[in-house]
Write a new protein. Structure first.
Length: 172
């Protein structure tokens, strides 16, 4: 099944097919929004299989988010629902992550990471950890943040505060 797109223009990566056997990405995935979907589309475009790390409730609490968030099982279920709708659930492995590095710092099978520009520094730190363990560095594939109608990044925090919806439209 073809990946759902934000636009009708295909990318070079889509035309060439998956480039890596295993790509990883991670997040809290609270109120799954347009930015999350962009990260997911990119990961499945470049990877045959995608390991998706979802923060545990304990780890998410340690991030001191300024709002409540759905429990792990609910966030995971919503992610599975979207991937199933897209026909990609069989290519996904959803795993809990207990810290900001997840399995990416130690799993030798992971070849690439898809991250937002906001988490690029963590991806670079993952490569430092991998090198220290004698593992090959992963290719880092940063994605620009998706902007809402007000030209500010879409985020779960802004959605939870009632400022924008999951698509980035201003709530009036």
């Amino acid at each position: 099944m073809a990946l759902p797109k934000e636009s009708t223009a295909g990318t070079k990566a889509e035309a060439e097919g998956p480039k890596y056997d295993l790509v990883a990405m991670a997040g809290t995935f609270d109120v799954l929004h347009r930015g999350h979907r962009k990260l997911l589309r990119q990961a499945f475009t470049i990877g045959r299989r995608v390991m998706i790390g979802v923060t545990t409730d304990k780890f998410a609490r340690s991030l001191h988010k300024p709002h409540k968030f759905d429990p792990y099982h609910k966030r995971k279920k919503e992610l599975e629902r979207v991937l199933s709708k897209w026909g990609l659930l069989s290519r996904a492995q959803i795993v809990p992550i207990f810290d900001r590095f997840g399995q990416a710092a130690s799993d030798r099978h992971i070849q690439a990471l898809v991250v937002s520009r906001r988490t690029l520094k963590t991806a670079q730190q993952i490569n430092v950890k991998r090198k220290a363990k004698g593992l090959k560095p992963v290719v880092i594939n940063p994605i620009d943040l998706i902007l809402a109608e007000d030209h500010r990044p879409i985020s779960s925090t802004r959605i939870r505060r009632g400022r924008i919806d999951r698509e980035g439209k201003l709530v009036r």
